[in-house]
Design a protein around this ligand. Structure first.
Ligand code: GDP
Length: 203
C-alpha cells in the first residue's frame, strides 16, 4: 500500500516518489463472544461507499485491501476518506503489541458489547471508563452495541448505550457484524474520530 507524491530532486526536476500509506492502530476490546473477530473480518471485506461525508458530495470510496494477517495476528484495511488513504490496523487482546511498538501508538479503541447480554455491557462500561481516565480525551473512543439482528433477545436498549457514550465522550454505533449492518459506518466513523483527535492535538 503506497501512494504517489511529487518530489523535486536536486536538479530541480520533478520526480515521482512513493510515500507509504499512513497507518493508524485501532484496538478492539470487550467481553468474549460479543463479535470482535466477526467485526474485524467484516471490516476487511469492506468495499462499500460512505455517503455521509459533509465535505465531499461525491461518495467517498472505502478501498479494501485483502484481509492481511500480520505477525501480530492483526488485520488491516485501507480506507479512503476525504481524498486521503489510511491503513487501519486492528489489534485485539491476543495481538502482540510489541510488534507495533507500544500502546502509545494506538489511535482508537473500539469497545464492543452485545445488545443481548447485559453483563457484556457492564464490562464495556468499565473498560470505557478506565480508558477515559487513562487517556482523558487524547484518543478516539467508540462504543459499539453489536448483534442488533437479535431484536427479540435484546436486553440493552439503544438509549442506554447512547447515554454511556455521551458520559465517556465516545462515539456510539449499533451494528450487526453478522448482517454487516452499520459496519462500514463504524469503520468510517472510527477514522473520522481519529482524524478529529489528530487535528485537536495539532491545534
Ligand atoms: P469475539 O469473541 O468477541 O471475537 O466474538 P466472535 O466474533 O468470535 O463472535 C462470537 C459469536 O457471536 C460467533 O458465533 C459469531 O458468529 C456470533 N456473532 C458475532 N456477531 C454477531 C452479530 O452481529 N449477530 C449475531 N446474531 N451473531 C453474531
Amino acid at each position: 500500500n503506497s501512494r504517489k507524491s511529487l518530489d523535486i530532486n536536486t536538479n530541480g526536476s520533478a520526480v515521482q516518489a512513493t510515500e507509504p500509506t499512513p497507518k493508524r492502530y485501532v484496538y478492539l476490546l470487550g467481553a468474549s463472544e460479543v463479535g470482535r473477530s466477526t467485526l474485524v473480518r467484516q471490516f476487511a471485506t469492506s468495499r462499500s461507499v460512505c455517503l455521509d461525508s459533509p465535505t465531499t458530495p461525491a461518495p467517498d470510496k472505502i478501498l479494501s485491501s485483502p484481509f492481511v494477517m500480520g505477525d501480530d495476528h492483526g488485520a488491516s484495511v485501507v480506507v479512503g476518506l476525504d481524498n486521503e488513504e489510511t491503513e487501519i490496523c486492528f489489534l485485539q487482546p491476543q495481538s502482540n503489541l510489541t510488534t507495533v511498538g507500544a500502546e502509545e501508538c494506538i489511535n482508537a479503541y473500539i469497545v464492543v458489547y452485545s445488545v443481548t447480554n447485559r453483563s457484556t455491557f457492564r464490562y464495556a462500561k468499565d473498560i470505557l471508563h478506565k480508558l477515559r481516565q487513562l487517556y482523558k480525551d487524547s484518543v478516539a473512543l467508540i462504543l459499539v452495541g453489536n448483534k442488533t439482528d437479535l431484536q427479540r433477545q435484546r436486553t440493552v436498549s439503544t438509549e442506554v448505550g447512547k447515554e454511556l457514550a455521551i458520559t465517556e465522550h465516545a462515539k456510539f454505533v449499533e451494528t450487526s457484524a453478522l448482517l454487516k449492518y452499520n459496519v462500514d459506518e463504524l469503520l468510517v466513523g472510527t477514522l473520522r474520530q481519529i482524524k478529529l483527535k489528530q487535528a485537536e492535538a495539532e491545534a
